[in-house]
Design a protein around this ligand. Structure first.
Ligand code: ATP
Length: 319
């Protein structure tokens, strides 16, 4: 099926006969494979009598060789899947199998892409990036402090590096343009943080997605922001380089070395917000973050500090 996709990816018309000859199968076998492509990958294929078959839009597939050529300092192996439940889930399985870190898992699509607390991350085929970088951490609780905020900065800078303006951060780790979500981050940890552990840095970035009914909050994509199709291989390379830069800074100076830059890019500094933790809600004003990346809120005139993976911020209507 993938060979067929590679033949079609130029977005031109290809006759059933030519496709059959290239694949060494009959025209009816080509027809079946085309139906699979549509059904399984959600692709739209034009069928025109006398001309043949054409993808509704040309595709660029993920290419580890091109990514490595653009980011030679990122020496981790790259595993690319056409379709996987979730790149984070696959990364966790690979750790279990003994794959040595660092390594990167990418997928053209996720069938069960996930956000925090089991929420779904919408992941159509070949439109966005679904990225899980696995690192091994040896006895360094300090290396974990504020890590998801550090990743947010790296993602933001990668997007800016590819010409997207107006990108900023929302505590703890959302990447937004204005109020619209352009990327999500999910860190998962296995092992003993005080001894040896692995961290899976999961990042989903909306790249060329222009339409979906599935996302239930405001969202945008690089293409919607810039009006241009974005080369996903270039973005993966840029993200790797940015992660390297920020993770090195974090390792050398801890989160305090990053705190000021993070606050400068926090879209909700000084805003009136509600902090949601399960069913409870705390209203306050965002003061910033502390040296560990915890949220500082002014609540009834008093500064309070909050941290933890279960917390979500919402703007208050009167903000
Ligand atoms: P927070 O709790 O920090 O406010 P959140 O509600 O945005 O975060 P996350 O776990 O970060 O939750 O992401 C999952 C949510 O993101 C989903 O519930 C959905 O609303 C939204 N979402 C899912 N897929 C996408 C996507 N491709 N682009 C933008 N948003 C998405």
């Amino acid at each position: 099926m993938l060979t067929l996709l590679k033949l079609l990816k130029d977005g031109r018309f290809h006759s059933g006969q030519a496709l059959g000859a290239a694949l060494g199968v009959s025209r009816s076998a080509v027809w079946k494979q085309l139906q699979h492509l549509e059904a399984e990958l959600g692709l739209s294929i034009h069928k025109v009598r006398g001309r043949g078959y054409q993808l509704a839009a040309p595709l660029t597939l993920l290419d580890p060789a091109e990514i490595s050529a653009r980011a030679p300092s990122c020496e981790w192996p790259i595993l690319v899947f056409n379709s996987i439940d979730s790149t984070n889930a696959e990364a966790l399985r690979a750790i279990e199998r003994g794959q040595s870190a660092p390594f990167l898992v990418l997928a053209e699509r996720q069938t069960a892409g996930r956000g925090r607390r089991g929420r779904k991350w919408v992941s159509p085929f070949a439109e966005n990036i679904y990225y899980s970088l696995v690192l091994r951490i040896d006895g360094g609780m300090r290396q974990l402090e504020g890590l998801s905020l550090v990743v947010g900065l790296a993602v933001m800078q990668a997007l800016r590096g590819l010409g997207i303006s107006g990108v900023g951060l929302k505590w703890p780790n959302d990447v937004l343009v204005g109020q619209q979500k352009i990327a999500g981050i999910l860190l998962e940890l296995v092992g003993d943080p005080a001894d040896v552990c692995h961290v899976v840095i999961g990042v989903g970035i909306n790249v060329n997605m222009q339409m979906t009914d599935e996302v239930d909050q405001q969202w945008t994509s690089m293409r919607l922001e810039s009006g241009k199709a974005v080369d996903r291989n270039h973005l993966v390379a840029e993200l790797g380089l940015m992660l390297q830069t920020y993770l090195n800074r974090h390792q050398a100076g801890g989160f305090p070395a990053i705190q000021a830059e993070w606050e400068q890019n926090h879209l909700w500094q000084g805003r009136a917000v509600s902090l949601i933790a399960g069913v409870s809600q705390i209203d306050g004003e965002v003061l910033g973050i502390d040296v560990q990346g915890a949220l500082r809120l002014k609540v009834n005139g008093v500064e309070k500090v909050f941290s933890g993976g279960e917390l979500s911020l919402r703007l208050r209507d009167d903000s």
